[in-house]
Design a protein around this ligand. Structure first.
Ligand code: TRP
Length: 470
């Protein structure tokens, strides 16, 4: 008994020492910098391309509004109310023990994501290096066909080398380890506040350039033309998975970030702003990439190669392109690195608070596992990438399991907890900052979405993709 009480006192001490973000703007940029990353710049265009364009975007937007947004607000709620990591949070809020599984699933998903995310980050870093070396300079003097041929080959050698993709993958892992050891505030806040706005600006510039290309109207058509016949159950599941992935929800990242949010922050407002900005970034990236696809005769269905093949081509045809492309890949590397930071924070916070491991040890432990297992995800042609499980490479397998299964299931559990195992008054108090915000109506809409619509939609998408709804 006494022991238990002492433990509680100990826990409270830990809680008091917990850092928070320093201001509302800092909360916004930190959450946004977790959300905006390779999901926007690399995954979104790639998936839009392979899933047929406009119709996929439409389904994606519906998923974001009706499912992702309520899940994000629920995560903020759980995080700030408990001020704990994902596993501890549910304990603190007196959830039935079953909900602990959310924490564990989150730790598993974030680890799986890290494995392939670090690989793609490595590609981005290597393109930054290529840009600095001036490898893309000659593209401008070639004919379009020659340039396209050259750039597609460059991607194949980048990801297909036996050793170099693995070395590149280790670089972002090392960076993240260093930044995160510095702590929440100094590490995450400082980097994000300055680099996010610059990244936005550059993406807008890229978009403007792309829209002046010959294939611009074809590109826009591809993005806006909604062919409902392309909507299939597996496509809807993929869109839902992307809506979780892009907003960094369904794994506990936003619970962990929520636990650092200040008491006077409007969490619904923040979620809304993050969702809106994240969507805007993706659409702008789409508008930058698809005009180039059609101008240079690439295929929209190129998948993971899409970003790496189009961007150098766009920049090769404009003044100062050689400089702008360096800045583009520099900022994309930063965005990828910052998203990685938020992924790592989940297992790290778990190890610190539940297993009582020191921050530094926890970070090094997680990052070593990422480095070792992550190498398995490197592309098919390299040594470890040859292995296939269920017909999928590790890369695709980790992506599929995390985005299409674990994140939606975890998201479902999170909103079920908020909708069915939480006192309504607690939700109203927390989301209105003890009634200092006048947002009763927004909370009401959130509550209806979280309790009824979102869980039903997730279930339908799941059952349908399994073919159970005929
Ligand atoms: N949202 C990030 C992106 O779009 C990736 C990411 C960061 C993430 N943290 C996450 C995805 C947590 C899922 C869960 O690139």
């Amino acid at each position: 008994m006494i022991l238990k009480e002492m433990k509680n006192i100990e826990k409270n001490k830990v809680q008091k020492k917990r850092e928070t973000f320093s201001s509302g703007i800092a909360v916004f940029f930190a959450t946004l910098s977790s959300a905006v990353g390779l999901g926007n710049i690399w995954k979104f265009p790639s998936m839009v391309g392979t899933n047929g364009g406009g119709a996929f975007i439409l389904v994606y937007l519906v998923a974001v509004l009706l499912v992702s947004l309520p899940v994000m607000i629920s995560e903020f709620y759980i995080g700030r109310r408990s001020r704990r990591n994902t596993v501890g949070a549910f304990d603190k809020l007196n959830a039935p023990p079953f909900f602990k599984i959310v924490g564990y699933l989150g730790v598993i998903s974030t680890s799986l994501i890290l494995f392939f995310y670090s690989a793609v980050s490595g590609w981005v870093y290597s393109y930054l290096f290529k840009a600095i070396k001036g490898d893309f300079k000659e593209l401008g003097s070639l004919t379009m066909d020659q340039a396209t041929d050259k750039i597609t080959k460059a991607f194949d050698t980048t990801i297909g080398g036996n050793i170099s993709p693995m070395l590149w993958q280790l670089i972002p892992i090392l960076f993240v380890t260093i930044i995160i050891i510095a702590g929440v505030k100094q590490g995450i806040e400082k980097v994000t506040k300055t680099s996010m706005p610059i990244l936005f600006l550059l993406i807008i510039i890229t978009c403007v350039i792309a829209l002046s290309l010959d294939g611009a109207s074809q590109g826009i058509d591809f993005l806006l033309k909604i062919d409902l016949s392309t909507i299939t159950p597996s496509m809807v599941l993929a869109a839902l998975g992307l809506a979780f992935f892009k907003l960094s929800i369904g794994v506990g990242t936003m619970i962990t970030y929520g636990s650092y949010i200040t008491d006077d922050n409007s969490m619904i407002g923040n979620a809304f702003k993050v969702m809106l900005s994240d969507t805007l970034v993706s659409i702008t990236v789409g508008l930058a990439i698809f005009p180039a696809v059609f101008t240079f005769g690439l295929e929209p269905t190129e998948g993971p190669a899409l970003l790496f093949n189009t961007i150098p081509l766009v920049f090769s045809r404009i003044p100062f392109g050689n400089l702008l492309i360096i800045i583009f890949f520099l900022l994309t590397s930063l965005a990828a690195t910052m998203s990685m930071l938020s992924l790592v924070e989940v297992p790290v916070a778990f190890l610190i608070e539940e297993v009582n491991i020191k921050r530094k040890t926890a970070v090094i432990f997680i990052m070593s596992i990422t480095a070792i297992v992550g190498l398995l995800t490197v592309h098919p042609q390299s040594i470890l990438g040859n292995i296939k499980v269920f017909g999928l490479s590790f890369f695709d397998l980790f992506d599929y399991i995390s985005s299409n299964i674990l994140m939606p299931v975890t998201g479902l559990l999170i909103i079920i907890f908020v909708g069915y195992f939480t006192r309504k008054s607690d939700i109203y108090n927390e989301l209105s900052n003890n009634h200092s915000l006048r947002n009763k109506w927004t909370i009401r809409i959130f509550y209806l979405l979280a309790k009824y619509l979102a869980p039903i939609l997730i279930l339908i998408v799941f059952l349908n993709s399994l073919g159970l709804l005929g």
